[in-house]
Design a protein around this ligand. Structure first.
Ligand code: PMP
Length: 422
C-alpha cells in the first residue's frame, strides 16, 4: 500500500469544502475513517449483530468471536497480552472513559473496595498524585478530583520553554509519597514526545503506578506498553481511524486482577444475591458493565489491523515528513510555534499562534480555502498558560495527508496577517 492508495481509501477526502478540495488537518481531534472501518461497522449490523458473551445462538457466537478478535488486534497494536486468562485490554467509551474508570476505581479502593489486594490503589492524606502541565483536561480533572476526594495532594511536572515535560526533574517531582503518576505520551498541543523512561524508572523506584495517556501516540508511532513498562495506558479508537464512542484501557494483568470495578451492572458479575455483595468477574469483563459498543469495537479492531498492515514504522516516517513541513509555519512572519522546534522531538501535531490575529479568525480564513484545522484551547488550558496565550491554532496530521497539503497550510497562513491588516 503506498500513501496515495491509502488516501484513496478515505471516502470523505473526495468531498469539497467551500468549493475546494478538503485538506483535513484536524486528526488530533478525530481522524477520518478508511472504507474498511466504515464497512466493518455497517457490515457487523448487516450480518452478525448480537450481544456478546451471553447468547447461545449462532449470531451471538459470531459477534463474540469478532469482538474478541478485535480486542486481540488492539492488544497486538500496543504490545499487550491478549489470551484467555491474560487479558490486558479493557473496552471503554474512550480515553476519557478509561481515565475516569481508573480514577473512580482508585477512589473506590481508597474507601476499602477490593479488599487487601486493592490496597495498593488506595490513596489518603499525605499521598501524592503527579500529573504534568501538558495534560489534556481528561487526565488533569479525573486525577484532580481523585486527590480532592481522598485528601491526596496533586503535584505536577513543569514544562521546558518548548513545552516538553521536564522528565529530567523526575527525581524531585516524584517523591516517596507519590502513589500515581499520570502523563501524556505525546502532547495534544505541543506534539512533544515525552521521555517516559526516567518517569517510569523513578515512579517504580518509589512504588508508584504510571498511567500513560497514549491518545496522541498510538495513531502515529509504534507503541509497546510492555517495553515502556507503564502500568496503565488509555487511548481512543476515533483518533486511530476507528469509530467514535469507543476506547481502550491497557493495564498490567496483575494490576487489573487486583483493581476493583468502577461501574456496576450486567455482564460483570459471577454471582449476585439480594443479601450479599456480588462476586465480580475476572478482568476485562469486571470493567465492562453493560452492553459493550460491539460494532464499534469490531471496527476499531479492523482499524488496528489496517494500521499494522501499513506498518507503524512507515506511518511514523510519513507523518514525520508532514510534521517537518508543518513546522515551516515557524518561518512565517508573526507566527510562533508552541512546542519543540526540532522535528525529531515531536509528531503529528503543530500548534501555533499568529501575532495579532484571534485563532477563530485564523481558523475561518484557512477554512475558506478548504483547510480544516482546530482552534481554541484544545482542552488543555494549563499548557496554553505556560506559553502565555489563551488559545492557539492547531494543525494535526493523519496517514492520508500529503506534504503538499502541509505546504498549502503554510502558504495560506502566510496570508493571514496581511488580510487582517496587522
Ligand atoms: N488525551 C489527549 C492527549 C487527547 O488528545 C484527547 C482527545 N482530544 C483525550 C485525552 C481525550 O480523548 P477522548 O475525547 O476521545 O476521550
Amino acid at each position: 500500500m503506498d500513501f496515495e492508495d491509502i488516501r484513496d481509501q478515505f471516502p470523505i477526502l473526495q468531498r469539497q469544502v467551500h468549493g475546494r478540495p478538503l485538506v483535513y488537518l484536524d486528526s488530533a481531534a478525530t481522524a477520518q475513517k478508511p472504507e474498511c472501518v466504515v464497512d466493518a461497522e455497517s457490515g457487523f449490523y448487516r450480518s452478525i449483530n448480537a450481544g456478546v458473551h451471553r447468547g447461545a445462538h449462532e449470531l451471538a457466537a459470531l459477534s463474540t468471536m469478532a469482538f474478541e478478535e478485535a480486542r486481540a488486534s488492539m492488544a497486538a497494536l500496543v504490545g499487550a497480552e491478549s489470551r484467555e486468562g491474560g487479558e490486558e485490554i479493557v473496552v471503554t467509551s474512550g480515553a476519557t472513559g478509561g481515565l475516569n474508570l481508573l480514577a473512580t476505581a482508585f477512589s473506590n479502593a481508597s474507601q476499602g473496595a477490593g479488599g487487601a489486594a486493592a490496597r495498593r490503589f488506595a490513596l489518603g492524606p499525605g499521598d501524592e498524585i503527579v500529573v504534568s502541565k501538558a495534560e489534556h483536561h481528561s487526565v488533569l480533572l479525573p486525577f484532580q478530583e481523585l486527590a480532592a476526594r481522598t485528601g491526596a495532594t496533586l503535584r505536577w511536572f513543569d514544562l521546558d520553554d518548548e513545552g516538553r515535560i521536564r522528565s529530567d526533574m523526575a527525581d524531585e517531582v516524584i517523591t516517596e509519597r507519590t502513589r500515581v503518576v499520570a502523563v501524556t505520551h505525546v502532547g495534544n498541543v505541543t506534539g512533544a514526545i515525552t521521555d517516559v523512561a526516567p518517569i517510569v524508572r523513578r515512579a517504580h523506584e518509589v512504588g508508584a503506578l504510571v498511567v500513560l495517556d497514549a491518545c496522541q501516540s498510538v495513531p502515529h508511532l509504534a507503541v509497546d506498553f510492555h517495553a515502556l513498562d507503564v502500568d496503565f495506558a488509555v487511548w481512543s479508537a476515533h483518533k486511530m481511524y476507528g469509530p467514535t464512542g469507543v476506547g481502550f484501557l491497557y493495564g498490567r494483568r496483575e494490576l487489573l486482577e487486583a483493581l476493583p470495578p468502577a461501574s456496576f451492572g450486567g455482564s460483570m458479575v459471577e454471582l449476585a444475591w439480594m443479601d450479599r455483595p456480588a462476586q465480580y468477574m475476572a478482568p476485562p469483563a469486571r470493567f465492562e458493565a453493560g452492553t459493550q459498543p460491539v460494532a464499534q469495537v469490531v471496527a476499531a479492531g479492523v482499524a488496528a489491523r489496517w494500521m499494522m498492515e501499513i506498518g507503524l514504522d512507515r506511518i511514523e516516517a510519513h507523518e514525520r515528513a508532514i510534521t517537518a513541513e508543518l513546522l515551516r509555519l515557524g518561518d512565517v512572519d508573526g507566527v510562533r510555534i508552541l512546542g519543540p522546534k526540532d522535528a525529531r522531538d515531536r509528531i503529528g501535531t503543530v500548534a501555533f499562534d499568529v501575532a495579532g490575529v484571534h485563532p477563530h479568525d485564523v481558523g475561518q480564513f484557512v477554512d475558506a480555502q478548504g483547510i480544516a484545522i482546530r482552534v481554541g484551547h484544545h482542552c488543555a488550558q494549563p499548557v496554553h498558560r505556560h506559553f502565555g496565550v489563551y488559545a492557539s491554532n492547531r494543525a494535526s496530521s493523519g496517514v492520508y495527508n500529503t506534504v503538499d497539503e502541509a505546504r498549502a497550510l503554510v502558504e495560506t497562513v502566510g496570508k493571514v496577517r496581511g488580510f487582517f491588516k496587522v
